[in-house]
Design a protein around this ligand. Structure first.
Ligand code: ATP
Length: 365
């Protein structure tokens, strides 16, 4: 087991003479046994970061340490890591048993007996004992992924690196494998870096999540910290489903005004607003629909569309002064008697409101 440290890591690619900054000065300390999820939209630099840790991509600047050992220049096989890819990357001509033992035969001096013991134990852990003599083409996608994971487990590495390992599975299997992977990682207690663009995976699996955008690390935090106290507007919008509602507002006296919203702000909150040009954010789950206006945080609105989700509804709301087509969402109990075109009151509790600097995106609190 090992601690993994990324110290001011940068990666530049050269694209026909143009420099692409794929990862810009990222620092993350990953604890021994921690499950860290790297998450962010397509192209944000997740895979490049993982590939630098794996040694599949050179590091332009910064230092990478595995268990206090600088590994910037170490070959992949000398880093004591095991990687699991989205594509599974199994050898098609080999059986499951051969796929799992191959890496060990090549890179270790374990005896045949020790290798077979490790393969036995990993196949038991992954529930694939019955598949040992099959070829990958004779396996379902889920089974192939189990073999790919089993192959990583037999290596007994210091660190697991996983690049979107579940994204080729259907939704149901993905959810099942998600819990299985978590249990596995807890049992093995191996430091793991897991890349995904799926925020549900990040929220449910990570001890901590590192959110990347455009090569820049935005926040490293527990899933709940990132949800409740996002460092900036990007994180606030990326984490949470449906996305946080945002209004561009200006501070005018004791209220913020803009995007059709006129919202009173108490003095204790106003004191923290270091800019007059702001973004007000409110999560759909924090918007309530009530009968009457009882305070200046209750706002008359019209229901545009109701999107039934089963036990809950996403209700799209129109502010009377908003531009055509500009709605915001309340996520409410599916039994709430709300229909399109209803005139209702949206309650936006002040303690649930987030403010961001409109120019830097930084959270103000
Ligand atoms: P995805 O989720 O789509 O896989 P990602 O977050 O993993 O995206 P990366 O694959 O790390 O993103 O890419 C980060 C940036 O670096 C992108 O702009 C990409 O185009 C660029 N990039 C990646 N590999 C290379 C390369 N070999 N040469 C030039 N540019 C590259």
């Amino acid at each position: 087991m090992a601690r993994l440290e990324l110290d001011n890591i940068t990666k530049h690619f050269d694209d026909d003479g143009q420099t692409i900054v794929a990862v810009d000065d990222a620092s993350i300390d990953i604890d021994d046994g921690e499950f860290l999820v790297l998450v962010g939209p397509s192209g944000c630099g997740k895979s490049t970061t993982l590939r630098m840790i794996a040694g599949l991509e050179s590091i332009t600047d910064g230092e990478l340490r595995i268990g206090d050992r600088r590994v910037n220049e170490a070959k992949p096989r000398d880093r004591d890591i095991a990687m699991v890819f989205q594509s599974y990357a199994l050898y098609p001509h080999m059986t499951v048993r051969e796929n799992m033992s191959f890496g060990l035969e090549e890179s270790t001096d374990l005896s045949d007996e020790e290798i077979s013991e490790r393969v036995e134990s990993a196949t038991a852990t992954m529930g694939i004992k019955d598949l040992l003599d099959r070829k990958p083409s004779e396996l379902s996608g889920g089974q192939q992924q189990r073999v790919a994971l089993g192959r990583a487990i037999v290596r007994e590495p210091e660190v697991f690196l996983m690049d979107e390992p579940l994204s080729n599975l259907d939704a149901k299997l993905r959810a099942q494998m998600r819990t299985e992977l978590q249990r596995l990682q807890e049992d093995l207690d191996t430091t793991t870096v897991y890349v995904t663009h799926d925020q549900t995976e990040a929220m449910t699996m990570g001890d901590r999540i590192a959110i990347l955008n455009d090569g820049v690390l935005q926040q490293v935090a527990t899933p709940l910290e990132a949800y409740h106290t996002p460092a900036n507007q990007f994180v606030a919008g990326f984490i949470g489903e449906p996305s946080m509602n945002f209004f561009d507002v200006d501070l005018q006296g004791e209220s913020v005004v803009g995007d059709g919203l006129n919202y009173a702000v108490s003095e204790s909150v106003r004191e923290k607003l270091t800019s007059d040009e702001l973004v007000l954010g409110i999560r759909p789950q924090d918007v309530e629909i009530v009968g009457d206006v009882e305070s200046d945080h209750d706002i008359p609105v019209t229901v545009d569309v109701v999107e039934p989700m089963g036990d809950e509804n996403n209700v799209y709301l129109n502010l009377p002064d908003a531009h055509e087509g500009e709605t915001f969402i309340a996520n409410v109990d599916g039994r709430a008697p709300v229909e399109a075109d209803d005139d209702v009151v949206a309650r936006i509790p002040e303690q649930a409101v987030h403010f961001f600097d409109r120019h830097t995106g930084e959270a103000l609190r």
